[in-house]
Ligand binder design. Sequence first.
Ligand code: GDP
Ligand code: CA
Length: 327
Amino acid sequence: MPVTPRIVVLAGGVGGSRFVLGVREALRRRGIADTAEALTVVVNTGDDLWLSGVRLQPDVDSIMYALAGVNDTERGWGRQGDTERVNAELQEWDAGWPWFTLGDLDLGTHLARTGWLRDGLTPTEVLERMSRRWPLGARLLPMTDAEVDTIVVLEDGSRLHFQEWWTRHRATLTPSRFDNPGIDSASPAPGVADAIAAADVVLVAPSNPVVSIGPILAVAGIRNVLRATAAPIVGVSPIIGGRVVRGMADVCLAAIGVETTADAVAAHYGARAHGGLLDAWLIAEEDAALAAGVDGFGIRSIVTPLWMTDVDRSAALAESALAAAGV
Ligand code: GDP
Ligand code: CA
């Protein structure tokens, strides 16, 4: 019988789901049949929003759809083969946001979620119920049950929801900071602290450090549990050769004064030995020259291919991350 390690992954949407698919695949290749037993994913809910009366959880859905194999891999979000009839009708009503498309199948998810929330289920319970539909091979937990939607504060002090800034303005308005009102008093969702405390390894996915991993770490209590766990904490750089692979994480990093380089992101997370987050940090071969600098922060650097262009490469990356933790 293969040993079943207990793995916790902290993740955002797209980078997060590619990485989580890799971890699940790596576990399968080790002969672990019940990967859900091994793999817990703590998902960013800072991207969540209310729109046209329904609750959207973009990062949660990206990961759920990807694990279920029903995600639209070309577009990068939503459901494969979705249609937009309801969306067109909403636009005729001048309801919702004209620049934010809601697919019909996707809306089914949001309606189910919203109905259950209104019945009194917590977001954790809703996600548990949603996870029964498909054999996901992972346990998904929201970072918190509290609503702590990300707000972007611009230089002139005006505030807009993260989704408006990201999707409508494509991150072209210069942010001065990101706020998650209420996050200081939000608690980790049930199961999150226990999973981290009992883990053999905690993996930080190559997700946006500011608006995906940032909110997870900002939930009151999560940093302390991470600091206290006996599990090694291994992160994967979302930056390769000084560039974000996809998305606009560079704008987010600039807003908090962090350079778009693999070593600057490592320094931003910090070494656990010095009160920060990381024990080890995977950087790309393109960034091999940065390895000594990362080691100098007190974080063990590992140079390995970081491109998650297919599930084989994602699984190899996940194996490197597990190996870095001796798992
Ligand atoms: P979002 O919530 O959908 O924005 O997705 P995440 O926050 O999970 O991930 C976004 C980050 O994933 C971006 O900053 C990218 O740099 C990173 N990313 C995407 N694809 C890859 C990849 O193939 N390799 C690595 N190392 N990072 C990636
Ligand atoms: Ca996201």
